[in-house]
Design a protein around this ligand. Structure first.
Ligand SMILES: C[S@@+](CC[C@H](N)C(=O)[O-])C[C@H]1O[C@@H](n2cnc3c(N)ncnc32)[C@H](O)[C@@H]1O
Length: 196
């Protein structure tokens, strides 16, 4: 059975630290985008873990997933094993992405999913450090753009259309393609369309 079908049928609760796990999965629009677009030779990086970890691991070459709750990682591994899926190509990082990403080095990814902590400024930090590893033509997925602290990032990216081309979206989920290699390390505020 396909991993997405299996997730839909079994509806695992991966999230939260306590004995009452929750399901904070990516919505159907995002999962369908993944089903139609993920490629077998892609390397992926995500903040947050869950359904998306399972899907990317089965559809792509590798996944690095960063989230602070080890228990979520254990539940994801158990679900994969119980349902006959491999987790050999998943690197589980048990840390806050905001703390871990600045020290990550020497990786290049085809896809970056921002779906970790949603409080301001975590999505911005995750994007700033994570997108340095995203290859030209790679995809940036930003979930929960309906939340103001994520919406700021979405609105900013829209104004950076020479770097980030909006490919798809619904009310919660958005996909941008990185059109060129670009570093935000030394930009001037006055040059940004966002500040005009
Ligand atoms: C919305 S869920 C991720 C959903 C996942 N993409 C899926 O499809 O199931 C949010 C994730 O962010 C993690 N998280 C919670 N607080 C965080 C924080 N302050 N910084 C980073 N990640 C956090 C949670 O542990 C959880 O794995």
């Amino acid at each position: 059975m396909d991993v997405i079908e299996c997730l839909e049928q079994t509806a695992p609760r991966f999230h939260g630290s306590d004995e009452n796990p929750r399901n904070w999965r990516l919505g159907a629009f995002g999962v369908n985008w993944m089903k139609s677009n993920l490629k077998a030779d892609w390397h992926c990086l995500e903040t947050g873990a869950g359904y998306t970890t399972c899907v990317m691991a089965q559809y792509c070459k590798s996944v690095i997933t960063i989230s602070p709750l080890d228990k979520e990682h254990m539940r994801i591994k158990s679900w994969l094993v119980e349902n006959g899926f491999s987790h050999e190509n998943i690197k589980f990082i048990h840390d806050l992405p905001q703390k871990y990403l600045p020290f990550l080095k020497n990786i290049h990814v085809d896809l970056l999913l921002i779906d970790g902590g949603h409080a301001f400024p975590y999505p911005i930090i995750d994007w700033y450090y994570g997108s340095m590893f995203l290859k030209k033509d790679g995809y940036l997925l930003v979930d929960n753009i309906e939340i103001n602290s994520v919406r700021i990032l979405y609105d900013f990216l829209l104004t950076e259309s020479d770097v980030w081309a909006l490919q798809d979206r619904d009310e919660e989920f958005s996909v941008f393609q990185k059109k060129k290699d670009f570093s935000y390390e030394r930009v001037k505020w006055i040059d940004q369309v966002f500040n005009k």
